[in-house]
Design a protein around this ligand. Sequence first.
Ligand code: FAD
Ligand code: DHB
Length: 363
Amino acid sequence: MRTQVGIVGAGPAGLLLGALLHKAGIESIIVERQSGEYVLSRIRAGILEEIAVQALVSAGVGERLLKEGIRHEHLSLSFAGQLHTVDLPKLTGGKTVTAYGQTEVTKDLMDHRAACGLPTVYEAKDVSLHDLTSAQPLIRYVKDGVAQEIRCDFIAGCDGFHGVSRQSIPAEKRQEFLREYPFGWLGVLADVPPVSPHAIIYGNSPEGFSLCSMRSMTRSRYYVQCPLSDKVEDWSDERFWDELRLRLPAHVAQDIITGPSIEKSIAPLRSFVSEPMRWGQLFLAGDAAHIVPPTGAKGLNLAASDVTMLSEALIQHYAEKRNDGIDGYSQRALRKIWRTERFSWCLTNLDSRTQRGTKLVAC
Ligand code: FAD
Ligand code: DHB
């Protein structure tokens, strides 16, 4: 097979890049290790910033998001029993955030790709990248026991933290920066109305961090900081709700409506950046190149920012026969990534406690 841009990974970064390129008349084939059902079953981010909303709208995939997403003009921070409200448009020159789950984003992008008849190979095994510094790099994989290959002009590595793309850059050409945090986040999804329909609440308390978020007016997402050694089985629903209420101001806690969890998981927190984001004809985007702790709800938004920049660079290459966009991609993307890493680290420090109850370093 042959295509212009071979995309590795059908998470939000890969699917969104494919949609943006298709809009500009550029061909792509996506190769994904998992099944489509598996990709859709992963419960992750939920808060979209304008960069992600704009990218989805300009790719022609924003219809349901604009109808069903819940726009927020406020965030609340709770400290010492008090709620402090942050007016987002006032502080950011008019920007807002939108509650719309990553699952819904992925579903919209998958439906759009299928409706446009764009090729996606799910359940591709043993994906490997070759000839990356040549003009015709190659993706190899095995599908249903048969070896396949795709010749491309470019390869976009959108295969997340555990993918093959970053590892395909020679180790001596990569510089990696990693910070692991000594606690995790226990997240619960439940079909109950959100405690605050108007805002997301980030909570600091002596017991540790908490977060109240939402997916819709009938589906809520809540988190509490927990020791990394905890297992999901250690946390009954009852224990989770009790702990959440304990970490919020009394007037907020009393309004929480509880119900059975429909998903419960513990995520480790890490900050990670790999530089550069280009090697020959391979370009990394999203979690393949960087991870932020989920505290600032930045991971998905940063992935949208990367693929917006990468799509602009590739469109410039094909439409204008200019390469300054692709030559500058890594540096341009990394400038924003490091700012976002700092913000997410700072917010994590502000909200969280070490396991001994002491504050982390100030930022
Ligand atoms: P991914 O979503 O990881 O997608 C990569 C895709 O590549 C996957 O479908 C994977 O199966 C595929 N792949 C991997 N290896 C290969 C291979 N070898 N060959 C082919 N395909 C491959 N962000 C927030 O903003 N808020 C949150 O609350 C939040 N919670 C999170 C919870 C968890 C448990 C995790 C892991 C992440 C969370 N994030 C959160 C981060 C956010 O979900 C990610 O930043 C976002 O998914 C990045 O999208 P991506 O497409 O770059 O990577
Ligand atoms: C959500 C996740 C976050 O990491 C965050 O900071 C805010 C909201 C969420 O899952 O809705």
